[in-house]
Each structure stands twice: as C-alpha cells, then as structure tokens.
Design a protein around this ligand. Sequence first.
Ligand SMILES: [Zn+2]
Length: 308
Amino acid sequence: MTTALITHPDCLEHITPPGHPEQVARLEYVLNALEGFDLQREKAPLVADDDILRVHPVAHLNALRDAAPTTGLISLDADTHMSPGSLDAAFRAAGACVKAVDLVMGGQVANAFCAVRPPGHHAEKETPMGFCLLGSIAIAAKYALDHHGLSRVAIVDFDVHHGNGTQDLLEEDARVLFASTHQMPLYPGTGYPHETGAHDNVLNAALPDGAGSAAFRKVMQDQVLPAVDRFSPELLLISAGFDAHKADPLAGLTLVEDDFDWVTRQLCDLADKHCGGRVVSTLEGGYDLDALAASVAAHVQVLKERGA
Ligand SMILES: [Zn+2]
C-alpha cells in the first residue's frame, strides 16, 4: 500500500490579484517539495454537481457559474476572487477529495493527500468567502457517508483559521464529527467553544495569539484527539492548513514543521486504531511559501511512512 498524491494543473489556473496571499506559487512550492517523494500520483477529476449538492444548495452553484468571468478577475468579497480558471480549479479541488475517498475506501491506497487550491473550509452553504468557493472537505465527507455507506466520518481541521464553512455545511449531520483548532480572535470570527453542533458533533478549540507548540499539542491531546477517539470514525479527514506556522504572515501562532509531523502521527494512530489507517488530507491555508513547502513535506512524509 502507498500514499496517493492527487492534484491537477487546473489548480494553477486560479489567478488571484497581485499581492494576494492565496497565490499560484503556493501550489508550485508544495509540488516542488513533494517532487522526490515516492507517491501514487493521480489527477484530480472535476467534482460532479450531485456531489456538490449534498452540501451546497443549487443556488450557490448557479451563483458561482454566473459569477465566473471569461476574462480578467472579479471579486466575490474583499478576499475572494475568481479568474476564468477558478471554477475548474475549485471543481478539481473538491474532485480530488472525492477521488481520495474512493481510493482510500477501495483499498487502492492507504491514505491520500490532495495538493489543490483554492482551499475550501471557509465556503458556507450559499457564501463563498475567505479564498474558498466550495466546501471540498465537507463534500468529501458527505460523499463518504452517502456513496460509501459509512456511518461516522471525523474531520480534524488544524488550519489557523476556524473552518466555519465546514461547520456550517455539516454541523446538523450526526454522522460527522468536526473538530477545529484555530487562533482566536482571528478571521472569520467564529469557532467559539460553545459552538458544539446540533448533535454535540462540533468541537472548537481556540488558541490565543502567540500560542506555540506546547499549547497546540495540549489542546490536541486534551480535547481533539480524545473526541476523535470517542467518536470512533470509519474514515478520518484532515483539513490541513499550515498557516499556524510561526513564519505565516496571516496569523500569530508559532508552530514549526515538527508540530505538523507530530499531529499527523497522532491522527494516523487514531486512524490505525479505528479505521484501518484510512486518512484523506487536503491542503487548506499556509501563506509563507517556504514554511508551507516544508510543513507539507513533513505532513506527507508521515502519511507515506504510515501508509507503507
Ligand atoms: Zn487559514
């Protein structure tokens, strides 16, 4: 068994305005960092409309299609933009997550990493926001539940920002556990501990500005990992954002590569215990190019070791 790396050149065709942190170079750096890795390389398909519609209303899909420009750039909000290639990039990003679920559930690979952009965890039911158009990891979770007939899927989101979109799309589904660590206060302003979902199926662990390795590992060990353990998932999904790194320009946590190695090992241990090691991880944030590349390499190295 091995680890799948799922990506697509279309994800390099989502163009953002000059100086925007969610830039094409992010994915180029990530792919360069993984170039020497022995992985099963797969091209991401375009996600099917039916898979999107499990979490987003058709009005959202129609609005994105109507908004997509044929030339130039348009702005959906102050942070979120579309170029002519954005819609296909977002469809590939979600399609990668769905394909990763198929590969892992089908036993073709042990685990998978989706090297894609735009990210997805801020996109709410009818609101693209925070660089995100489609809730890729939520789409993958619902696909795993409905298409593969699973009963329990856990999502751990260690991006420095709260995964408000994933929470919005899934908090009413008792078959999903969504657990997020994030800096607070910080964009998008949600993710309070009292937000616990309709079925006590949401866990928000907030960290203060300046928190580092010890605080991050403590909330993981005290809150997130025990919650995943109790939930006993049949598949573990990861919203892998690397913007909690100390070098990241958008936030104030002070993690280092070794923290991403550590958390990946902890999550793989739980996946081994509960679901045959089945892990699907997708790229969310991470905006210092060198720190992003090194952090992704640390994360995927663990997936590869554990999937071997
Ligand atoms: Zn983020």
